[in-house]
Write a protein that binds this ligand. Sequence first.
Ligand code: ADP
Length: 334
Amino acid sequence: MDKKKQIVMSGIRPTGFLHLGNYFGAVRNYVRLQQEYSCFFMVADLHSLTTHPDTALLKQQVFRVLAENLACGIDPEQAVLYCQSHVPETAELYLLLNMLAYVGELEKTVTFKDKVRQHPDNVNAGLLTYPVLQTADIILHRAALVPVGKDQEQHLEMARNFVKRFNHRYGDVFPEPQAFNFGEELLKVPSLDGTGKMSKSENQYATLYLADNDELIQKKIMRAKTDSGPTSPGAPKPDYIVNLFQLMKLVSTPETVAQFEAAYDSCGIRYGDMKTQLAADMIRFIGPIREKAHSIQQDSDYLQKVMRNGAQKARESASQTLQLVKEAMGLTYY
Ligand code: ADP
């Protein structure tokens, strides 16, 4: 732990199955980060409650998302992996921060306005104060760095505002959390239908899930859009072909990629062969993760142990923060 100085905090939403985009866009980076930083990875189960899910299903999703993240290489000995609802200090900090959050600024949040439009019948206070809970999550362990995607930048900006407000009023307790920048490595995994990126809200056939079986992976890849190939050397690749090459770069050897690049350049490429190769390499990549996630998910004793240990470590760290907060605020009467 000694050389791990900076604290990294990231939330994991327990919604849906992890897909290849989540793996290369997020989880793989977490696996690297956990070696160099003091990392806290939190499964955000309380956040999900804003949409009133069936909590029996939520429990299954929490178990699955934990199993999938562990199978991808999150190491519960290196990083603190925990469930939000197991750390009540989160709720305590959330309450204190709510006193510093103005209704007007919360109402202006883009994600809140979107939700109001999508679900006008369920505009609950939890939805309005979502950025406050998210701030409590982020600063609970006094994290300096938060690996976030573009869509989360407004929330991080709000977290910084709440932190500044707190520090200004009560004294410096929290560092201002900064977006962790992976630079070049923040890649987008394209979807298989040639448009946009893989996402759980997209066409299910265009996204490869880490839980997909071999046949399904094969089927999805063979269905990917292609054409009859380039007709002149040096012809630019259409988007859907660029995407296939991008996917190949993720899971195939550099030699294999080079072989198909050369075939493209000489107009001799056979997309059927390319997709067969990509499917084989993808199966080789996803298969072991799927099997591992499956066996972890069956082992509820192990999963519960991971959650319990994670919660204990997270609570130790969170209670230190809360102690500092209370001292700064003068909420220490004995
Ligand atoms: P989804 O888009 O499927 O709803 P989330 O919004 O839950 O996924 O994203 C979880 C993490 O995975 C985020 O860090 C996000 O940036 C990353 N991510 C999601 N899809 C992709 C993708 N196609 N390529 C790269 N990263 C992605």
